[in-house]
Write a protein that binds this ligand. Structure first.
Ligand code: EPS
Length: 389
């Protein structure tokens, strides 16, 4: 049994849609929790004018009755308030008026290659779907995956560890408990260190004034995982690979690592691994988690630690050089309203993507038509491997 997550919708179209197929019946769904995640994704110092227009709310339009899943596909919609201002330009049906085409691709965006590949002359036909607005639909779907994981004792959190050149004194080797994330959304950049938060805000303000955009690094952690999710038996079942794909699929993300992979790569083997211990009280356990919670493409039961590196956003208020795709003459890239930094939001999106990958891994391993069947299967398995929670 697999779990699939599909999104549809354009940035300035009528709405975004998310369909999740493969969830068990009987899972409690709280709409307020979905909306809370949608709101968290909209936060963060460095967002642009669009966030003043949108106030994302999900509507459940299939698969849930009286607050519980029915076992069929779950469908969610999130309206684009801005569609109000784009009705003609983004109408799904033909319009009488001629709508001016955009011919100025932005370096770093999907614009240029997208127009070649899809044989489209209007850059807007590409950028509308490539836009990170789509991540609102992923977060709505991810919130349902999060509910499924919570029912199994798994919690997923994130924080920002770098914005442009400002780095937090935390990283994958820092020991963090679930409770350490309780106030992370109080920071305007979702950073756990107060002094670094301030420095990050100042960095955004400085670079924004210079018409620059900023990238950075976020970290996601998952607590309470059962060991053995994913599998070493085939490359496409390895959880490391599935996680890397999910993280790198987030708009503007160029890198993903499990734990501090690039740091570990430089260490001798004796310093790179997590020795195995057993005691009556704790069962099998480790004293370190350099592996970031995965060995052989499978969860070890230690917290999962995933990092994502986001490039500076490619829409710039001082546009870079480009070429008009109609006249083939040099021109400045499209100048659009934009965010200057979305690393804090990307962390929330990454929580959604990790929640999806983990929920799918539980569905593949344990199946079950009702959430109670899943719980029972997990519990039987944990008893067999003597896993102490
Ligand atoms: C985006 C451009 C901006 C962002 C948008 C992603 O939108 P607009 O062109 O309408 O100003 O605000 O992100 C969102 C709308 C969102 O909800 O995250 C882009 O080009 O990727």
């Amino acid at each position: 049994m697999e779990l699939t997550l599909t999104t549809a919708g354009e940035s300035h179209g009528p709405q975004l849609t998310c369909i999740l197929e493969g969830l068990p019946a009987g899972l409690a769904i709280d709409l307020a929790r979905i909306d809370a995640d949608l709101a968290r994704r909209q936060l963060g110092h460095g967002r642009g004018g669009r966030m003043k227009i949108e106030s994302d709310k999900a509507e459940i339009v299939g698969g849930v009755r009286h607050g519980r899943t029915l076992g069929g596909p779950v469908a969610l919609s999130v309206r684009n308030q801005d569609y109000e201002n784009w009705q003609e330009r983004m109408s799904p049906t033909p319009v009488g008026e001629e709508v001016a085409e955009v011919h100025l691709p932005r370096p770093g965006h999907a614009d240029l290659v997208g127009t070649w590949k899809y044989k489209l002359s209007d850059v807007r036909d590409i950028l509308e779907r490539a836009s990170a607005r789509e991540t609102a639909a992923r977060v709505a779907g991810g919130a349902i995956c999060r509910a499924f994981l919570s029912a199994l004792g798994v919690e997923v959190r994130s924080h920002v560890i770098q914005i442009a050149s400002v780095k937090a004194p935390f990283g994958p080797s820092t020991e963090l408990r679930l409770a350490d994330f309780d106030a992370v959304d109080d920071s305007p950049v979702r950073c756990l260190d107060e002094a670094t938060s301030k420095a990050m805000v100042a960095e955004i303000d400085t670079l924004r004034k210079r018409n620059e955009s900023l990238g950075g690094v976020f970290e996601v952690r998952a607590f309470g995982l059962t060991p053995g999710l994913g599998s070493h038996t085939s490359w496409e079942q390895r959880l490391d690979g599935r996680i890397a794909m999910a993280i790198c699929s987030i708009q503007a993300v160029k890198g993903a690592t499990i734990g501090d992979a690039f740091q570990i790569a430089g260490l001798p083997g004796s310093k790179a691994h997590d020795e195995i211990f057993y005691s009556e009280q704790r069962g099998f356990h480790r004293q370190t988690n350099r592996a970031g919670g995965l060995e052989g493409g499978m969860s070890t039961g230690e917290p999962l630690i995933v990092l994502g590196a986001m490039k500076p956003l490619p829409t710039l208020t001082q546009p870079l050089r480009s070429v008009d795709i109609e006249t083939l003459k040099p021109a400045q890239a499209l100048r659009e309203r934009t965010d200057s930094c979305t690393v804090p939001a990307a962390g929330v999106v990454a929580e959604a993507m990790i929640s999806y990958v983990l929920a799918d891994a539980y569905r593949r391993k344990f199946g079950g038509d009702h959430i109670d069947d899943v719980r029972e299967a997990v519990s039987c398995y944990e008893t067999r491997i003597r896993w102490a929670r």
